[in-house]
Design a protein around this ligand. Structure first.
Ligand code: ASC
Length: 151
């Protein structure tokens, strides 16, 4: 039974990852794609940070616009980690992205959930909640980087 469950889970995981990987002509295309997505996500998250931390004037509409971009971006990178695209250089993913894929996916889901809260706080126009959600989102980013990204 246990054997069956593992096999079914692996088959499901393979089926889920195959079409996504197949969308890229070559592994480097996936690397470039996820790098681009994280760059855009980090850029817009950073703009919220600048407002939350008082480096630029707080603008509730701009916070919402930036948070919505972060939310859309947050969904995209995880279909762009085909096997064999790990690395050893700074910023590159460690092999445990693939050997601990469930843990990696959990870390992704955690971040995505915090971003949903950030968007909700932004839409509600609640600067205090935005600040809290910004901190929680940054912690989720960092936790995944600590575990899965080369320093
Ligand atoms: C950012 C950004 C990240 C996260 C991370 C949080 O602004 O680009 O990757 O926050 O540094 O620790």
């Amino acid at each position: 039974m246990r054997r069956f469950v593992l096999t079914a889970a692996m088959a499901t995981s393979f089926a889920a990852s195959l079409p996504a990987a197949a969308q890229f002509q070559k592994p480097q295309d996936a690397v470039d794609y996820r790098h681009s997505v994280f760059t855009v996500m980090g850029t817009h998250f950073g703009r919220i940070g600048a407002m939350v931390n008082g480096k630029v004037p707080y603008d509730a509409a701009a916070v919402t616009a930036n948070a919505e971009i972060v939310e859309m971006m947050s969904k995209l990178p995880y279909a762009a980690f085909p096997p064999g695209t790990e690395g050893t250089k700074k910023g590159e993913p460690k092999p445990n992205v693939w050997t601990e894929r469930a843990k990696f996916d959990e870390a992704a889901k955690k971040m995505q959930g915090e971003v949903v809260k950030l968007v909700a706080a932004a839409r509600a126009g609640n600067a205090g909640e935005v600040k809290t959600a910004f901190g929680a989102t940054g912690s989720a980013c960092k936790a995944c980087h600590d575990d899965f990204r080369n320093k």
